[in-house]
Design a protein around this ligand. Structure first.
Ligand code: MN
Length: 259
């Protein structure tokens, strides 16, 4: 069999399991809420065009309204001012959309401290147990936050001091951008930066460093708990929106099961 025939056969026999890492898109899908004076994106919505009625007797279809950064979505380099001369979503190489993934589980730490920050030493310790981060692949950062995605309030976890959600430190963002072999960071939270990252120095270090280095972000991932620490392959499908800073994306993982 050819390699592709083997792949299709393994998916059919479930020797390779396909896992959906995507949040459902509906009007209640959480979206980031920036404080005044910043502008915000709209929530996802459907507007019915016809439904087997006088507007179209045999067909049902909708228009959709959404921000680019709604639900499970892909951040292109041009999303951030540091990456303004970089790729828009149409410029993301196709080979970046099918790539290996390392899954680092810090859900216990994030449960104990919603402001938990990933540090370079956490990643080095993980590498001593599971091997190096995959070159040309993704670091998927599990925090357990996907369990909160049914509620905007729980997902954003904001108090009078702002949102409190886990993220990465300034040093770790720089390390991921400049030294780590990965092409991007995937998270379960509303954005790749910590909730409190507005007050970091520099602010939003993950967006600033990674997108500035031509790397990518994936957010609001689900089901990372079903993935092994190493060996999964991530398949991401952002829409090729011309000039787009990002796009909602269907994100799948392929996981080989022991036979
Ligand atoms: Mn985004």
């Amino acid at each position: 069999m050819s390699v592709l025939e083997q792949l299709v056969s393994a998916i059919k026999s479930e020797a390779i399991e396909v896992i959906d890492l995507t949040a459902r898109l509906e009007s209640s899908t959480p979206v980031i809420q920036l404080p005044e004076p910043f502008a915000n994106t709209i929530p996802f919505s459907l507007q019915e065009v016809s439904r087997y009625d006088e507007r179209g007797p045999a067909w049902y279809w909708n228009n959709i309204s959404t921000g680019e950064h709604t639900g499970t979505h892909f951040d292109a380099p041009v999303h951030w001012v540091t990456g303004r001369d970089g790729a828009d979503i149409t410029g993301v190489p196709l080979t970046s959309l099918i790539a290996p993934a390392a899954v680092l589980d810090f859900s216990a730490e994030a449960a104990a401290d919603p402001d938990f920050l990933l540090e370079p030493e956490h990643i080095r310790k993980w590498e001593t147990e599971h091997g190096p981060l995959p070159a040309g692949g993704w670091l998927l950062y599990r925090t357990g936050w996907d369990a909160r995605s049914g509620s905007q309030q729980e997902f954003l976890n904001a108090s009078e001091t702002g949102p409190h959600t886990p993220g990465v430190s300034v040093a770790c963002a720089r390390w991921l951008a400049q030294e780590a072999p990965v092409i991007g960071l995937g998270v379960e939270t509303v954005g790749t930066d910590a909730g409190a990252a507005h007050s970091f120095d520099p602010p939003f270090p993950c967006h600033s460093a990674l997108l500035g280095a031509g790397k990518f972000g994936l957010t609001q991932l689900q089901n990372l708990a079903l993935l092994p620490p190493a060996g999964a392959v991530l398949v991401a499908g952002p829409l090729p929106i011309v000039g787009g800073s990002g796009s909602p994306a269907r994100v799948l993982a392929l996981v080989e099961r022991a036979s």
